[in-house]
Design a protein around this ligand. Structure first.
Ligand SMILES: [Mn+2]
Length: 290
């Protein structure tokens, strides 16, 4: 039995679609909202099973991955987030360069050029590295769909969305589906709310409502394109803040200092106690470009 564990965002979905177009996706698929990255915990492989992981940080799944490798499960890992220590026996295709996403890594592994990799670049906020600006909206919308506190917040279950993309075969034909139309309408409605959000003391503060939980990622990418940052977007969850951080470099490291994680240019902290926001902002401000 083959298992796929993939992030429920644009990059995870586009990685899976590329794999599916070449090899099919027979087996079990495990995914979730974008924030749900401890997906290995949802896999219970038997002897002889194989696991393919896409767009999930190895660092955040390190002990479970080591455990699986030690019990002789074959595992192949495609990702661009911080990886932590290498695991002997794990087939890792991990590149943390700031101009690649997982779908680009999968594209070169498969050796088949794909517009889905271009969609994923847009989804991950890496539009400047894409040669296909016509897929920017699609990338943003697939990415947007993955954001939410839980699956209830989302317009489509990421696995359902992935299968519709796979059925469409190309991004160009997915653009003609009612699914795309529904994503676009949902997004536009949510974005109307964003216009009322202002930056206060260096932080864009959002209320803890479904629309905000859905748009936070796209909003972060858009703010990030306005300047070098780092940019801080927070959802106010009462005692804690859910932080999204974007910038040019060192972002994953800053988040890791506060119990979060990420990659060079994008990261997050799930639950930052409010009394730690000053310490976080000190870190952020010390790295702001003048
Ligand atoms: Mn990614």
């Amino acid at each position: 039995m083959r298992w796929f564990a993939y992030n429920g965002d644009a990059d995870g979905i586009c990685s899976m679609v590329q794999w599916g177009l070449v090899h099919g996706i027979d087996g079990n698929t495990v995914t979730g909202v974008k924030r749900d990255i401890e997906l290995l915990k949802k896999i219970n492989p038997e002897n002889g099973d194989e696991i393919i992981v896409m767009d999930i940080s190895l660092a955040r799944n390190h002990s479970k991955a080591s455990e699986l490798i030690q019990s002789d499960i074959k595992m192949t890992w495609f990702d661009h987030h911080l990886a932590g220590e290498p695991i002997v026996g794990l087939e890792a295709h991990i590149d943390t360069s700031s101009d690649v996403c997982t779908a680009r890594i999968v594209e070169s592994y498969l050796g088949v050029k794909s517009d889905w990799a271009q969609v994923a670049l847009h989804g991950d906020g890496l539009s400047e590295h894409s040669s296909k600006p016509e897929f920017k909206e699609l990338g943003e919308l697939l990415n947007y769909n993955g954001y939410g506190a839980d699956l209830e917040d989302l317009h489509f279950h990421p696995d359902e969305l992935m299968r519709i993309c796979l059925e469409s075969q190309t991004p160009a034909s997915f653009l003609q589906t009612p699914t795309f139309e529904a994503l676009r309408n949902g997004f536009n409605t949510d974005m109307e709310n964003v216009d009322s959000v202002v930056e206060i003391d260096g932080v864009y503060m959002l209320p803890n409502e479904a629309w905000a939980r859905r748009v936070v990622g796209v909003m972060a990418h858009r703010i990030n394109s306005t300047g070098p940052g780092p940019h801080v977007i927070a959802i106010d969850k009462g005692d804690v803040l859910q932080i999204s951080l974007r910038g040019r470099n060192g972002i994953g490291e800053i988040c890791a200092m506060f119990g979060g994680g990420g990659r060079e240019t994008a990261g997050g902290i799930d639950a930052l106690p409010k009394d730690e926001i000053t310490a976080l902002m000190n870190e952020v401000n010390s790295r702001r470009s003048v």
